[in-house]
Design a protein around this ligand. Structure first.
Ligand code: SF4
Length: 303
């Protein structure tokens, strides 16, 4: 495989991939790079398509996040959305995506729905798919009923923050990707950042994620932690949990990110140019991770 280069940046999901398996990290952030080009080498293209695969749980989470974002944008434009017809539309789109993925259209168009279960022929019963669509409907329905949504809708539109997704900010010379799901300024001039969750809560992962939001608030919006409210809104359970931050915890997040960036760069053949060579990235010994890895067909086809 030829050496590849692109621009180094950091995100929480990148850190997670790096922690789980170095080889997967290589495929995801280096091997697949450029696979969107029409004249990309076949192996690069293959890695790029595999990179797009989502498990059914990830897919359901994405559908809910997209629905919530769509609803908030409709409210921002002054439109009312009767919940049940809206939910029916969401589920219908899900069905279309499922059919598209089942037909493996993602090999021609990698940005369309691509389910791991379809690519790897995982036997999923019809009841399981139906339960997944009920789960999505429940999450979206819960969103409409949240007192937090009522509060957001009472907040003047000019105090909403919904346009900052997919933005990077610079931290210690590295571009950091942090995308809070939603935010707004309260009447008391506090900043509220919200993370919509659709699965079971993982307190450690959530604390790190919200900590990254606190860093974003501090670095970009110049808000100290004691002026920021961080909320995890669990749409499965309808529970909103506040996470408290202070300067000490924020410093711990900075240290963790610095350590993560240093660790990733140690693996690079040329850290300045962000050049990676596959042989430097070892494969995990934990075969349970391989079972659900997008790149299994390339990396460990015998499994
Ligand atoms: S198949 Fe296993 S070793 Fe290979 S990239 Fe995936 S997780 Fe890593």
């Amino acid at each position: 495989m030829p050496e590849l280069s692109n621009t180094f940046s950091w995100s929480r999901s990148r850190d997670h991939t790096f922690q789980e398996c170095r080889r997967r990290y290589f495929y995801q952030y280096y091997g697949a790079w450029g696979g969107w080009e029409a004249d990309a080498p076949a192996e690069t293209r293959r890695l790029y398509v595999l990179k797009q695969l989502s498990s059914r749980q990830q897919w359901a989470g994405r559908v809910v996040h997209d629905a919530v974002e769509m609803a908030l944008r409709a409210f921002a434009h002054g439109r009312e959305l009767p919940p049940e017809p809206f939910i029916r539309d969401v589920i219908e789109r899900m069905r279309q995506d499922w059919r598209s993925s089942h037909a493996r259209r993602y090999w021609e168009n990698p940005k369309t729905a691509a389910l791991f279960e379809h690519e790897y022929g995982v036997d999923v019963k019809a009841e399981t798919w139906q339960a997944l669509s009920r789960h999505v409907a429940t999450c979206v329905r819960t969103f409409f009923r949240l007192p937090l949504l009522a509060e957001i809708r009472r907040t003047p539109l000019e105090h909403w923050l919904i346009e900052y997704s997919s933005k990077a900010f610079e931290f210690d010379g590295t571009a950091i990707w942090v995308a809070p799901d939603f935010g707004y300024w309260t009447a008391e001039d506090r900043l509220v950042l919200v993370d919509w969750k659709t699965g079971a809560s993982d307190p450690e992962a959530t604390a790190f994620q919200l900590g990254c939001y606190a860093l974003y608030a501090n670095e970009v919006l110049k808000r100290p932690p004691d002026r920021v409210d961080l909320f995890e809104a669990n749409l499965r359970q309808g529970v909103v949990t506040g996470v408290h931050w202070d300067d000490g915890r924020l410093e711990a997040i900075r240290e963790r990110i610095r350590f993560s960036v240093r660790s990733m760069k140690v693996y690079l053949a040329d850290p300045e140019a962000n050049v990676a060579v596959i042989d430097n990235f070892e494969r995990t010994e934990d075969l349970r991770l391989c079972r659900w890895c997008n790149f299994r067909a390339v990396c460990r086809p015998e499994l």
